[in-house]
Every structure is written in C-alpha cells, then in structure tokens.
Design a protein around this ligand. Sequence first.
Ligand code: ADP
Length: 193
Amino acid sequence: MNIIILGPPGAGKGTQSSMITDLFDFVQFSTGDILREAVDAKTSIGLKVKDIIAKGDLVADELILEIISQKIANNKNEKGIIFDGFPRTILQADELLKVLSSYEMKLDLVIELAVDENILLSRIETRAAENSGNTRDDDNKDALKKRLSVYHKQTSPLIDYYKKHSNFFSVDGMMEINKVSENIISILNKRLN
Ligand code: ADP
C-alpha cells in the first residue's frame, strides 16, 4: 500500500506519516528529513541544498527523484510506503508513477491534509519556539512565507492532478491530532479490507 500525504508546510504531514508508519508497519520517506540529514552530515548533496532549503525554495527535481528512486528500489518489498513531502511538483508526480510501475508497484492512496492557512504561520512559529536550540533553518517568518507561496504555485496543482487520476481523499487537518489520525486510519482500513 503506497500512500502520499499532501499538504502545505505545517499541516501535520510528518506527524501523521509517522503515526501511519508505526501503526501499519510501513516505511516512511520524508524528503525534508532526508535532506536535513544530508545537510547535517555535510554530504555533497547536503552542501548543495543547504541554502536552498533555508530560503524555503524547492530543491531540484532531478536530485529529489534520484533520492526517491533509490529509496523505492531498496524498499520495494515493504508492506507499504508513505511519501511525506514528496511529490511537490507535477514532474515529480509523473516520475513517481513511472518509477513505481517499473517495479510493478502502484500508488494506492493520496491523502490531503486540508488546513486553514491563516493559522499555519502561528503553528510553525510555535513549533520553532518549542524546538528552540534545535530549530529548523527554514522555520522563520520569511522562509515560511516563501514555503507557502512555493506550495501554492508548484505543489497545490497536484490536488487536481490526483483528483483526476488517483484515489484521492481530503482530511480536515484542523482537528485535534488524534481526530485527524482516526480519519486517516479509517480511510486506510477501508482500503485494506
Ligand atoms: P514543510 O512541508 O514543512 O515545508 P519539509 O520537511 O517537507 O517541510 O521540506 C523542507 C524543505 O526541503 C522544502 O522547503 C524544500 O526546500 C526541501 N524539499 C523537501 N521535499 C522536497 C521535494 N519533494 N522537492 C523539492 N524540495 C523538497
């Protein structure tokens, strides 16, 4: 069962992806986490993407696709894969379908976390404050504004794309975390039965 969790920065994609991963024994590919690890480890990829991430821009499609293709190749026998933060462009979405089908895998579900964007800024600011000392380079007002505008321009068209081509569900991401989780779990359970 391969699932995409889609939504703007601060929607709770990471939290819900980890919940699904633990509960269903899936694996989770969070491109943001993978990139931040590369930055921390100062690998050649990390050095390349550090400034781009800090500004809130998107990393080049080719680089992301290389990382994801490798990950899929290494995990093709897993029970399920959760894609968190990927795809973020139409090109990434097209390529994902190609890579999956090359391994005779498919995309089973796309779940959008729908949120009121007016409160995202304060959500992220709270997250930054709570994690002080371990703050993300891009959890500041300017970078967040950029990430939201990039989301609108480049990523939100994926909603229509998946509405047409895939099993698409929209979940209200403004509820309590546990409620959001319950709704996601029930979508997955229906699909698994
Ligand atoms: P958020 O959803 O809160 O913006 P992420 O952790 O998913 O955070 O991503 C952080 C940053 O990593 C993005 O702003 C972007 O620079 C980079 N990134 C993550 N995933 C992708 C992707 N699929 N394509 C391009 N850049 C990405």
